[in-house]
Structures are given as structure tokens and as C-alpha cells.
Design a binder for this molecule. Structure first.
Ligand SMILES: [Zn+2]
Length: 451
């Protein structure tokens, strides 16, 4: 009896405490965070090609609420001010072609049967932070073990680890023996996590394609990555050779678009590029051997070109040191040069360009090195920056949230110490990084309280 009497009041106390807590929550919703004022000496907001001087951005919580000339905004005394009044401020950069779980010092094919999913997970944690520190506040991750990029996106969004916003794909979808398959080993050798599903990566025929696209969407991907042609860094295939058929790609696009997902197609070869465009993909990745007809088709369909025109330097310079087989070096020599020439032709023709580098093939954090080449091969500096901001946001379907510095967008911004329109390479040394209103890097002392 004594024990019962004790239990009942404790139980009732718990209930009344709970209802008190509920009432407190209902009566006192958490007050919104006080606004933060960012003073920008020069602002490239990426909504146009112009730079504006002496601008203030008002940030409340994760988002920008106002952008206006400094003269129009009164900063209340005691307000938190981020002083970038000697810097150029731009939207956080976006790389539409990364592999956060890959390292650029593992080219020996033997790693394919030595690494576990955990290895890739550890790499991704480090690489995500390096990418953010380099000023890339959003990335599209296009191929990783199933479904690492989805889990990475969630863990970063939870605030548990630092990293860019991730638009996640599953494994790139390949034919048997294609760019995404593990080739060159005995038939008994395999390193699959989900053998019954061929790691949601290998399809032959439209029915298998439909199943894998649906399954990838079921497990949380934001974007479908197709491997339309052979690759440079894979074994036993030719970059120019088409692999997925038109019908297979058409079904993938149909399923993805029906579910509100975009489709990115890895395509080096001339015919594979054209079939991917005809099938309705949203971006051609690499586009190395595109011809004049392919360029016209990109324009006619409004398909983005995402050409990774920096990493040739790294692959030919460093990768052999790390065990890249001669077959791949020879392919890179041939494809890399043509890719840059064809990129220049596409730019001249007015094709839509989004910034994507294939980070992971070269070290993460060096993403901005590609700007130099984009300008060298025909883009204006403003055009190259917009490829990595507003245009990239459009391609990855995040234009409502990122890509420009305007009221309503996430407060994802970076600062550099020189005018990137005069010297694009300054973007290789981003000095200040904010994502969602939170400062992740400040080499300028911008957040020091005013004295
Ligand atoms: Zn890639």
C-alpha cells in the first residue's frame, strides 16, 4: 500500500509538470534571434553581373531579410555587426559535381576491393569540412556508395558535422561492365554492400532502370546520376563509347522527373551526349567530345553543361604518383585537351553552364581552381561566378534558397580581399565563410566586437 501511495503522487506530479511545460511553450514561443548586420564594402549578389558598393545585409536566423545601400539602413547600437567593409562579398559558391566520399590519392584499382563503406564515410566527413572552408556552401554530390550522400546531407543538416548543403545522388547508374561497374577482376571478386540489388548501380534494360531509379528515390536521393558513356578513370571502357541506351535513359528521366528529381548524365562521348540530351536529362557532365550538333542540342533543350576543366592538371601531374594506371593517363591526355576546346565552343555558342569540378578526383578544397580555366576558355569572370552561384542553384533546384544574396535566401555568403571580377583567382583564397547565418571561417576579424 505504501508503495502505491508513493507511485500515484509521482505520476500525477509528472503529468502536471508536463502540462506546465506545454503551457509555457504555448504562451512563450521562442523569440526570434536578433538581426545581424553584415557591412559589405563591395557586393556581387549574382542576381546580375554588377558590383554594388557600401551595402548592408540584414540576417535573421538562417536567412537574409534585407539587402540595401548602407545609407538606407540604421544599425541599432549594440546590434551584432559583421564588418566586411574592406572585402568583396559574394554568395556561397556551389559545386555541382563533387564526390565527397572519394580521396584524390587512391587510384590503384586494388582499393576497389580493400575499402569498406566506413572508409568512405570517414573521408566524407573530412572532405565536407574542407569544401565548406573553401567557400563552397552547397554541393551536388554525384555518385557515392549507397546511400552515403543522403546520410551525409542529413548529418550536416542536423548540425552534427560541418559541411556544405548536399544535394545527394545515389551511386551513378551504369550498364554491366560500364563506367560504374567494377571491372578487371575475376568473376568471383565483388565488394558490394547490397549484392541482391547490385548496389543500386548496375542496370541492363529499361525495367531494371525503372526499378533502380525508383529504389534510389525511395532511399532519399535528390538527383539521379546516369553513366551514359565510358569514363576516363575506369578500367576497360572507352570514354567515347555510349553505354546506357536512349531507351534506358528515357525511362530514368521519366521516373525521376515524375518524382520531382533532376537527372545528371556523365557523358564524354559524342553520341552518348546526344542521346542523353534527347532523353531529357538536366545536365551533361564532362561533355568532353561534344560536337557542333551536340552544342546546338544543349541550347535547344536548355540542358546545362557541367564541364570539369581544371582536374586535368592534377590527374596528369599527380595521379600517376598515386598509382593511376597508364591506360587512364593516356585517356586523360586525349580527353582533357579536347574537353577544354569544346567547352570554349559551348561557351561561345551561349550554352547554359553550371560550375562542377569532379572534386574527389583532385583534392577537395581546391574546387575554386577551376575558375581560372573557365575564364581562360571564354567565360567572363562574372559569368564564371554566376555559373557557381545563381546558375548552379537553378540546376540543382535550390534557387529559392541559395545562389544569390537577396531577401528570403539562406545567409550563405563568402568574402575575399580582392575584386574577383579583376582577378578571378582570388576565389582560391576565400577568407570568410557564413552558411545559414553561422560563421564557419573568419580570417578577416570581421566578427570581432566593435571597440
Ligand atoms: Zn564524377
Amino acid at each position: 500500500m505504501a508503495r502505491l501511495r508513493l507511485v500515484v503522487p509521482c505520476f500525477m506530479l509528472a503529468i502536471s509538470l508536463l502540462s506546465c511545460a506545454r503551457r509555457a511553450l504555448a504562451l512563450d514561443p521562442p523569440s526570434p534571434p536578433p538581426p545581424v548586420y553584415v557591412k559589405a564594402a563591395h557586393l556581387f549578389d549574382a542576381a546580375s553581373d554588377a558590383v554594388r558598393d557600401n551595402v548592408v545585409l540584414v540576417i535573421e536566423g538562417e536567412r537574409i531579410t534585407r539587402v540595401a545601400p548602407a545609407a538606407e539602413i540604421t544599425i541599432p547600437s549594440g546590434a551584432e555587426v559583421i564588418d566586411l567593409s574592406h572585402a568583396w562579398v559574394l554568395p556561397g559558391l556551389i559545386d555541382c559535381h563533387t564526390h565527397l566520399s572519394y580521396r584524390a590519392d587512391q587510384y590503384d584499382p586494388i582499393t576497389e576491393v580493400k575499402l569498406t563503406p566506413f572508409d568512405f564515410g570517414f573521408y566524407a566527413v573530412v572532405n565536407a569540412n574542407r569544401t565548406l572552408q573553401a567557400g563552397f556552401t552547397s554541393v551536388r554530390d554525384v555518385s557515392s556508395p549507397p546511400f552515403l550522400a543522403v546520410d551525409l546531407r542529413r548529418t550536416i543538416d542536423e548540425g552534427f558535422i560541418p559541411g556544405p548543403r548536399v544535394v545527394a545522388s545515389g551511386p551513378g547508374i551504369s550498364i554491366t561492365g560500364g563506367h560504374g561497374d567494377m571491372n578487371g577482376f575475376a568473376p568471383a571478386v565483388s565488394n558490394e554492400m547490397y549484392p541482391a540489388e547490385h548496389d543500386f548501380a548496375i542496370v541492363d534494360g529499361v525495367d531494371q532502370m525503372r526499378h533502380v531509379v525508383r529504389a534510389q528515390i525511395k532511399y532519399g536521393v535528390d538527383v539521379i546520376k546516369l553513366l551514359a558513356t565510358g569514363g576516363v578513370l575506369s578500367e576497360g571502357d572507352k570514354p567515347g563509347a555510349q553505354q546506357l541506351t536512349y531507351d534506358e535513359m528515357k525511362v530514368a528521366v521519366e521516373e525521376a522527373h515524375r518524382a520531382g528529381r533532376k537527372v545528371a548524365a556523365h557523358a564524354h562521348g559524342t553520341e552518348g551526349i546526344k542521346d542523353a540530351i534527347r532523353a531529357g536529362v538536366d545536365s551533361i557532365e564532362h561533355g568532353s567530345l561534344i560536337d557542333a550538333e551536340g552544342i546546338e542540342m544543349l541550347k535547344a533543350h536548355g540542358t546545362y553543361l557541367v564541364a570539369d576543366i581544371y582536374n586535368d592538371d592534377y590527374i596528369l601531374g599527380k595521379a600517376t604518383e598515386f598509382g593511376l594506371p597508364k591506360e587512364n593517363v593516356d585517356k586523360e591526355k586525349m580527353v582533357g585537351r579536347l574537353q577544354r576546346e569544346n567547352f570554349a565552343k559551348a561557351v561561345a555558342a551561349g550554352v547554359k553552364i553550371a560550375f562542377g569540378t569532379d572534386a574527389g578526383v583532385y583534392p577537395h578544397g581546391d574546387n575554386a581552381r577551376q575558375f581560372h580555366y573557365m575564364v581562360k576558355f571564354g567565360m567572363t569572370p562574372a559569368g564564371a561566378i554566376r555559373a557557381a552561384t545563381s546558375s548552379a542553384a537553378d540546376l540543382i533546384d535550390r534557387a529559392a534558397d541559395v545562389g544569390t544574396l537577396e531577401a528570403g535566401k539562406y545567409a550563405d555568403l563568402i568574402a575575399v580581399t580582392d575584386n574577383p571580377l579583376d582577378r578571378i583567382e582570388v576565389l582560391e583564397h576565400v577568407a570568410f565563410v557564413m552558411k545559414g547565418g553561422k560563421v564557419y571561417k573568419d580570417e578577416l576579424g570581421a566578427t570581432k566586437p566593435a571597440r
